[in-house]
Design a protein. Structure first.
Length: 290
């Protein structure tokens, strides 16, 4: 496959918030998507979410029923990676744990075609480190960092590892564009640009809350009204997941070796208490479970 060949099928590993958003976005762009997850309930949840999102778009008159049905028809929900082995492209969107991801990369290498790009949606882990799991295939490993909610956020942060080939980069830029996104490059440093900047701000909002500078609602209102944010930093933390924010801060702390990145004690405590945000219905705020 070369840069000029359009991607016809994409395998998305992981059916969580990000993986399911990537599969839906691909399907809406006319690309066949394999939604892969070892958990059948996770696949069922992703499928129901896809149907709901498309139904909402039809209701609003943004998508025709025919196009919505066609998009849904382009997604296959499978528990085995081998069911998607002929896909042109793979995006790993599994849990944010380097050892888990490396094992998945080795499986990807063993399963998919030798010319398939092996992309990762990691939010902070080194692409070079992940690529080390596949040895001589490191040239086809790249970071393709999508944002939540994937169907509407325009950015894909594109991160080359040390061995990523120019062809892999060019193909990734072309795919992101074909999916209706704007790809922007960033270098392979922990957190890249987005989370290097966003997460310390969110962490600081937890400090402001912990130190009593203002109530959570007021911290959020101040940033919303004063900085024109679409949602305040604490509301955004619930939306992203407090565990995800915590884990990204730990990657920044470990990799960049600076104590300023250590997660705020209050953020750590909420995570320990299982208050992980929207996905469990309780984080900084009480929220309806998704
Ligand atoms: N899927 C598809 N469309 C969605 C959606 C979803 N999950 N959620 C909202 N939308 C659509 C709505 O249908 C609506 O469309 P319309 O304008 O055509 O009616 C539009 O988005 C606006 O939604 P709402 O009116 O319901 O609510 P808001 O105006 O408050 O917008 C929001 C919701 C888009 C989530 C907005 O609050 C926002 O942009 N928040 C910030 C999100 C953000 O920062 N994301 C990045 C997180 S960091 C990340 O992902 C990186 C990772 O590594 C941590």
């Amino acid at each position: 496959m070369s840069t000029a060949t359009p991607v016809r099928s994409i395998a998305v590993i992981g059916a969580g918030t990000m993986g399911s958003g990537i599969a839906l976005t691909a399907a809406q762009a006319g690309i066949h998507a394999f939604q892969i997850d070892v958990s059948k309930p996770a696949l069922d949840k992703a499928k129901a979410g896809h149907a709901k999102s498309l139904a909402r778009l039809v209701e609003k008159g943004k998508v025709t029923q025919v196009d919505a049905d066609a998009a849904l028809g382009r997604i296959r929900y499978v528990t085995e990676m081998s069911d998607a082995k002929d896909a042109d492209w793979v995006v790993e969107a599994a849990t944010e744990n380097v050892e888990v991801k490396k094992k998945i990369f080795q499986l990807m290498q063993a399963t998919f075609r030798a010319d398939a790009v092996l992309a990762t949606n990691t939010s902070s882990i080194s692409i070079t480190d992940l690529a080390s799991a596949v040895g001589a295939d490191a040239h086809r490993v790249i970071g393709m960092h999508f944002f939540n909610p994937v169907p509407i956020m325009k950015l894909v942060e594109v991160i080359n590892g040390l061995a990523t080939s120019a062809d892999t980069t060019a193909r990734t830029l072309a795919l992101a564009t074909a999916m209706g996104k704007t790809p922007v490059p960033a270098n392979d440093r922990a957190g890249f640009v987005s989370n290097r900047v966003l997460m310390p701000m969110i962490n600081e909002a937890f400090y402001a809350w912990m130190e009593g500078v203002a109530k959570p609602e007021d911290i959020d209102r101040i940033m919303l009204l004063g900085c024109n944010f679409p949602m305040g930093p604490l509301r955004l933390a619930d939306f992203i997941g407090l565990d995800v924010c915590h884990d990204i801060m730990m990657v920044l702390y470990r990799e960049l070796g600076n104590p300023k990145f250590f997660p705020c004690p209050l953020l750590r405590q909420l995570v320990q208490a299982g208050r992980l945000g929207d996905k469990v219905g309780r984080g900084v705020y009480e929220l309806p479970a998704r």
